[in-house]
Design a protein around this ligand. Structure first.
Ligand SMILES: Nc1ncnc2c1ncn2[C@@H]1O[C@H](COP(=O)(O)OP(=O)(O)O)[C@@H](O)[C@H]1O
Ligand SMILES: N[C@@H](CC(=O)OP(=O)(O)O)C(=O)O
Length: 452
């Protein structure tokens, strides 16, 4: 059995829906379908999820919602019209969308999550209606029905382990197609909470593990996952096969084509993932497989840069002799609910690299003041413009000279490298550069390893 997930770009309009349906029905193994919300039809279009965020904000600000609601309705109406879906089938979906402001929410964050989740919920419902109209045995299933339980915050939830016990008990007759909305689950108190953006990939992986799929097919708008982001490197090489561990490192570092958290259920359930192009399903795409017995084809599998990092640099003599020093800094960060990404250190120095998205200017001041007061370092600096380039590959393990091959092209390009950190996993090397050099660093490393 295969779980198939279609990204927003693959369900943007009626024509894309028809192509997705062609794929679903071409293979009897494809039994479980996960939908995203309709994505952009062209580069200037707005994703339905973003329209829903605007709708929620307008409700919270007591502003008029008419234009936004009509824009959202138009997206679903256009898809329904493509398949001649009668109005009485679509009207309950529209009524639900319009009624969202009248529901009760524990707070504004839950309201936002519920509005956002409806992009996928309405799309899955519509997909089931269309499949039924075309004569297929299809059932629309919600996370409530199946038992996708989540914990955490309403707009950044994580799957709760009991989900898998509930999915095991879920009555799944393999003769029918199950159509699930991606992106959200239900909290213990019964409220809707979404995963982070791009999180429909996570729903697909949860279902692949929970329903014991043999393969998780993730349909998107590129032929494969490439060695580097095609927006940064011209015409990069596709990756035919890689390990879960490689993909987790690459997606965490910025390969937005597949959500990094979606790797975890697939790893736990040992379900391989095939990322494929909806417009070219005949192409092999990229296969992501367990690490065991994997034979890497190249030294480097992928190279990626993220530009949203900052760092706290601390210098204090005899720092390494002071027991609990690092713990005290991390406690300060934890008090403000800030996590760190990397922490390279020397005998008298430590650099703590943070994701800037979780911190604003006010919080930077508060944290630095607390560090100064509690730790009393000789030097404390906030560095605001770090980019992290990750070079990842199972083929790098136990190989000498790789670091030289990575740094040499950067030196040639005059790119300063203030930080290097070789991951404990030995399949990744982190190169810290400044924001403005990040893309050139990826291009230089890519060309060094894949020039021919
Ligand atoms: N290394 C990479 N290989 C392929 N695509 C990448 C890579 N890095 C970033 N991307 C981007 O990811 C996009 C697909 O992800 P996304 O827009 O989330 O698709 P979907 O709508 O199917 O969920 C591609 O169009 C591409 O721009
Ligand atoms: N629709 C949600 C979830 C998602 O996974 O979307 P997409 O498949 O278009 O990346 C978002 O925009 O974040």
């Amino acid at each position: 059995m295969k779980v198939v997930k279609f990204g927003g770009s693959s369900l943007a309009d009626g024509e894309h829906f028809a192509q997705a349906i062609k794929i679903i029905t071409a293979d009897p193994q494809r039994r479980v379908v996960v939908t995203s919300a309709p994505g952009k039809r062209d580069p200037h279009d707005i994703k339905v999820t973003d329209l829903l965020i605007t709708y929620a904000k307008q409700v919270l600000a007591h502003e008029s919602t008419t234009t936004t609601v009509n824009q959202i309705i138009d997206r679903y109406t256009a898809i329904a019209a493509y398949f001649n879906v009668p109005a009485d089938k679509l009207n309950p979906l529209i009524d639900r969308l319009k009624a969202l402001p009248t529901w009760h929410y524990p707070n504004d964050n839950y309201l936002m999550a519920t509005f956002k989740a409806h992009g996928e919920r309405l799309n899955a419902n519509l997909m089931a209606i269309i499949l039924q109209q075309l004569g297929y045995e299809a059932r629309f299933i919600t996370p409530e029905d199946a038992g996708i339980r989540v914990t955490g915050t309403p707009n950044n939830a994580t799957v709760a382990p009991e989900t898998y016990a509930l999915l095991d008990r879920f009555n799944f007759n393999h003769s029918e197609l199950l159509i699930f909305p991606g992106f959200y689950g239900i909290t213990m108190a019964g409220h809707i909470a979404t995963f982070s953006r791009g999180g429909s990939d996570i729903t697909g992986a949860i279902l692949a593990r929970g329903l014991h799929a043999d393969l998780y097919e993730n349909f998107t708008d590129v032929d494969a996952i490439y060695v580097a982001n095609p927006a940064v490197v011209n015409n990069p090489q596709p990756i035919a096969k890689m390990t879960f561990r490689e993909m987790r490192e690459l997606s965490y570092a910025g390969f937005s084509v597949f959500h990094d958290e979606a790797l975890i259920p697939a790893i736990q359930g040992n379900v391989p993932i095939n990322v494929k192009n909806t417009q070219h399903p005949e192409k092999p795409g990229t296969l992501i497989v367990p690490d065991k017995g994997f034979q890497p084809a190249d030294i480097v599998t992928g190279v990626v840069s993220g530009k949203h990092f900052a760092a706290i640099y601390l210098h204090k003599y005899l720092l390494n002799k002071e027991a609990g020093f690092t713990l005290r800094i991390l406690n300060i960060l934890a008090r403000h609910n800030v996590s760190y990404e990397h922490m390279p250190s020397g005998i008298d120095d430590i650099t703590i690299i943070l994701d800037k998205n979780q911190i604003d200017d006010e919080l930077v001041d508060v944290i630095c003041n607390e560090i100064q007061a509690e730790i009393n370092p000789d030097q404390l600096e906030w560095i605001d413009n770090y980019a992290i380039t990750m070079v990842v590959g199972e083929g790098m393990r136990n190989r000498t000279g790789v670091i030289n091959d990575i740094l040499e092209p950067l030196t040639k390009e005059n790119i300063p490298v203030p930080i290097i950190n070789q991951g404990a996993s030995r399949i990744s090397i982190m190169i810290g550069t400044y924001d403005q050099d990040a893309d050139r660093a990826v291009q230089a490393i890519y060309h060094r390893f894949f020039a021919n």
